[in-house]
Design a protein around this ligand. Structure first.
Ligand code: NAD
Length: 480
């Protein structure tokens, strides 16, 4: 565990330092955990209606500061301003959604064992939840945890990524109305994340990040026997059938690969195109890509900003370089852009093979590797061939093909003709190595709730199945 005392937050578009912020110490965390516990005891007693009102107020305060947040996020994370502005809107919508459904999700009544009895299932908060998030959607991925966790009655300590702590710090400043200490943040890199999840005051961890870190987080959670929700990386496939308008499918494909410079956990990273439309698809994709503006993310004409850091860019270069060495063809891109900043041009490759790293490991960059396939069965087989299963995209007009893809593709989300559209009201998460558990939807609230079964018999009387057992009693005749 490397100890650092400050974080230098860098603007990835200029490589200049924005601000140096202090990292949290063990003493800071102890203090935060104490305050959070007090806040939790207060918050769990607040009525569902009042909780909802306070969470709606927070949502509207975030909306009111959307431009300010979008500026901070654009500087520290490099996404185009418009995408960050959209993100703030989605964050607010997520708080509004959970404010309401939590009021409707406090438990249920199962049928009791005997008719005069009452069986209750009560949904209770878990306690103090550690939320550890990455840099690519710093507020949205926090909201997917914080909103349901608070709505369910928990307290939260949030650890933003070391790359993007500034927007989170501003959110925590804006939290008013909630009990003091209910939502706090600690700052630092992986060492602070580890310290947080090992803290005895923490009752659950909700993590989004890479598969590699997810394994470490899962291991600590298992040792501590605390609940862990893990949202991990992806290598999403994108299948294009030959019954669609190829121009539109190509534009959808490029958008799904290049949104946020390809740094979305559900970025499309493998493209399976029916053989008879492959040339047309590549041509249409190239002409769309060549019209995209790479550049300053604050400029409203910019479509694609920088990658987050030099390490991220080098990874993309490694994947593309290895593919080219092994015989892939470069259609466009394949190089850095500009003098400063971690930019990489959107890139299209053809002739890629399933064994190449660019088709197996998460690239996290604006790359469209295209494979020609002869049938939908072949496309689905290849789509399912990697250990990830976060999302998948399909373009087709044929309802039978839609149903086949829906059934046979192993992924947490299958998007048909509308890539990467999330829905607060539907669960999000990974199958296979892309995660354990779900965020969003009802599942995303239940992730932060304990279930307590309460069994009430209003009559105080001896049950016939207690001792003494009668001679000659048949085992199958007993009630329990
Ligand atoms: P990362 O795994 O490096 O870091 C994620 C967070 O974990 C950061 O806050 C980091 O400081 C912290 N961390 C690092 N080591 C830790 C440790 N040992 N214990 C506790 N915390 C630790 O990921 P990243 O580079 O920030 O983000 C990119 C990754 O996130 C990609 O793999 C991407 O696919 C994934 N991601 C997944 C989703 C999803 O919903 N499934 C969404 C967005 C991003």
């Amino acid at each position: 565990m490397t100890e650092t005392s400050s974080l230098n937050v860098i603007n990835p578009a200029t490589e200049e330092s924005i601000e140096e912020i202090g990292t949290s110490s063990r003493e800071d965390l102890d203090e935060a955990a104490k305050r959070a516990r007090r806040a939790f005891e207060e918050w769990r007693g607040v009525s569902g209606l009042e909780r909802a009102e306070l969470l709606h107020e927070l949502a509207s305060s975030l909306r009111g500061h959307a431009v300010e947040f979008a500026e901070i996020m654009t500087k520290e994370g490099g996404k185009p301003f418009i995408e960050n502005h959209d993100e703030v809107g989605w964050v607010a919508a997520c708080f509004d959604y959970y404010a309401e459904i939590a009021r409707d999700s406090v438990g249920y009544l199962p049928a009791p064992i005997e008719s005069q009895q009452l069986a209750l299932v009560i949904k209770e908060p878990i306690g103090l939840v550690a939320c550890i998030v990455p840099w690519n959607y710093p507020l949205l991925l926090a909201a997917w945890k914080v909103a349901p966790a608070l709505a369910a009655g928990n307290a939260v300590i949030l650890k933003p990524s070391e790359e993007t702590p500034l927007a989170t710090r501003r959110v925590v400043e804006l939290v008013e109305g909630l009990p003091n200490g209910l939502l706090q943040a600690v700052y630092g890199a992986g060492d602070v994340g580890e310290m947080l999840l090992k803290h005895p005051g923490v009752d659950m961890v909700a993590f989004t990040g890479s598969q590699e870190t997810g394994r470490k987080v899962g291991k600590v959670a298992a040792e501590r026997l605390i609940r862990a929700n893990l949202e991990l990386g992806g290598k999403d496939p994108f299948i294009i059938c030959d019954d669609v308008d190829v121009e539109i499918a190509a534009q959808g494909a490029v958008w799904a690969a290049c949104l946020n410079a390809g740094q979305v956990c559900t970025s499309a990273e493998r493209f399976y195109v029916m053989h008879n439309i492959a040339d047309e698809f590549v041509e249409a994709s190239k002409s769309y890509v060549d019209d995209l503006n790479v550049g300053d993310p604050m400029d409203e004409a910019t479509d694609i900003g920088p990658l987050i850091n030099e390490g991220g860019r080098e990874k993309v270069e490694r994947h593309v370089g290895e593919a080219l060495e092994k015989g892939a063809r470069l259609i466009t891109g394949g190089e850095r852009w500009g003098e400063r900043g971690f930019f990489y041009k959107p890139t299209i490759l053809t002739g890629v093979e399933p064994s190449m790293t660019v088709m197996r490991d998460e690239t996290f960059g604006p790359v469209v590797p295209v494979v020609e396939v002869g049938s939908l069965d072949e496309a689905i087989e290849q789509a399912n061939s990697v250990p990830y299963g976060l999302g998948a995209n399909v373009y087709t007009r044929d309802f039978e093909k839609m149903l086949k893809c829906m059934r046979e593709i192993r992924a947490g989300t299958v998007w048909i003709n509308d890539p990467l559209t999330d829905n607060d009201a539907a669960p999000f998460g990974g199958q296979k190595g892309s995660g354990i558990g779900r965020e969003l939807g009802r599942e995303g609230l239940e992730a932060f709730q304990e279930s307590k079964h309460v069994h009430i018999d209003p009559k105080v009387e001896k049950k016939e199945w207690w001792y003494p057992y009668g001679p000659g009693e048949e085992p199958g005749q007993r009630t329990v």
